[in-house]
Ligand binder design. Structure first.
Ligand code: NAD
Length: 305
């Protein structure tokens, strides 16, 4: 453990599918952690490794803290920052809020302005990679905000991911990038669902074409890993919930509206995800969107083993 890291306390808020493995890696890297989660029980394994569990977001703040948030959505994040017992009023000038949830660029802009009024640095740092990638320190991190603050959090990001892409100083820039990435992923999910179902309707094994394309024309993680799940129709347990996918396509459409551009494909995906959530599929993995295609094509689901 380096002396520099050993002296740092990090406040960590949000121990969901992503936050828990991320916080675990920070402990393993030698940071001291003060942790808050809505359900405190989720932090037990961290407490056994030395983390301090606290009862409100504000209590994660220690002198000279970096606070990391990894929460479900805009509303939950705003509550943890600006609500009763939120972090902002406790953060001292020059401290850093490293905001890693997938949220709207508009909320990032608003939060950055609120932080600036108190002299606190707000860094947008959303991530690509699922919980298994988080556990393996293989996240890809997009970042935007104050350069000195970015330099200060660099070792923290090293403990969480395999690479950082810097999108400059505009507070919401990294969030825009994240929204574009998730739009590309869910478009690929829908495309695979339609292609694999077309193959299946014509007597071809879904897993065989997933393997072909994953090894050749589309040899990349999204087509390989999601392709396998869609081919096998294995949508549980959720690494990334379908309901969160709906949130992210909604963020893309909101951003498109304020940018004055149509996103016809995003509109279609929004409605398909909305229909899936309405049918009770919100807690499936977002590859479960492909089950909509199977149903519409009259293909019965494969029961989970
Ligand atoms: P999750 O649903 O597993 O966890 C959500 C977290 O938010 C939990 O800590 C939960 O306690 C908290 N939360 C939810 N509603 C709350 C409320 N009303 N009040 C207080 N706390 C509340 O989600 P996750 O998969 O860990 O995702 C977290 C963030 O990371 C999201 O913004 C998501 O879009 C993003 N993300 C997820 C993945 C993934 O593969 N799971 C990948 C990249 C980014």
């Amino acid at each position: 453990m380096s002396k520099d890291i050993g002296s740092k306390t990090i406040g960590f808020i949000g121990l969901g599918n992503m936050g828990l493995p991320m916080a675990t890696n920070l402990l393993a890297a030698g940071y001291s952690l003060r942790v808050y989660n809505r359900t405190l029980e989720k932090g037990r394994s961290l407490a056994e490794q030395g983390a301090i569990l606290v009862n409100t977001p504000a209590e994660v703040v220690a002198p000279e803290t970096i606070v990391i948030t990894m929460l479900a959505n805009d509303q939950v994040l705003e509550e943890a920052v600006l609500g009763e017992n939120g972090i902002l009023e406790k953060l001292s000038p020059s401290s850093i809020h490293l905001s890693m949830s997938t949220i709207s660029p508009a909320t990032a802009q608003h939060l950055a302005a609120q932080h600036e009024q108190q002299g606190v640095h707000y860094l947008a740092a959303p991530v690509f990679g699922r919980p298994d990638a988080a556990a393996a320190k293989k996240l890809w991190i997009c970042i935007s905000g104050n350069p000195a603050a970015k330099a200060e959090v660099a070792p923290v990001l090293d403990a969480l991911g395999q690479g950082v892409f810097d999108f400059g100083e505009t507070p919401e820039a990294a969030n825009i990038v994240k929204v574009t990435g998730n739009f590309l992923i869910v478009s690929a999910i829908e495309a695979m669902a339609e292609a694999f179902t077309l193959a299946e309707k014509n007597g071809i094994d879904r897993t065989q074409i997933a393997e072909l394309f994953g090894k050749t024309l589309f040899a990349c993680p999204i087509y390989q890993n999601y392709g396998r799940m869609i081919a096998q129709q294995q949508y549980e347990p959720a690494g990334f919930k379908l309901s969160l996918g709906l949130k992210d396509v909604t963020l893309a459409l909101q951003t498109a509206r304020t940018s004055q551009m149509p996103m016809p494909l995003a509109s279609l995906l929004h409605d398909r995800l909305m229909a899936a959530v309405a049918k009770g599929k919100g807690d499936l993995d977002w590859t479960g969107l492909a089950s909509e295609m199977s149903e519409q094509a009259g293909i019965p689901p494969i029961p989970n083993p």
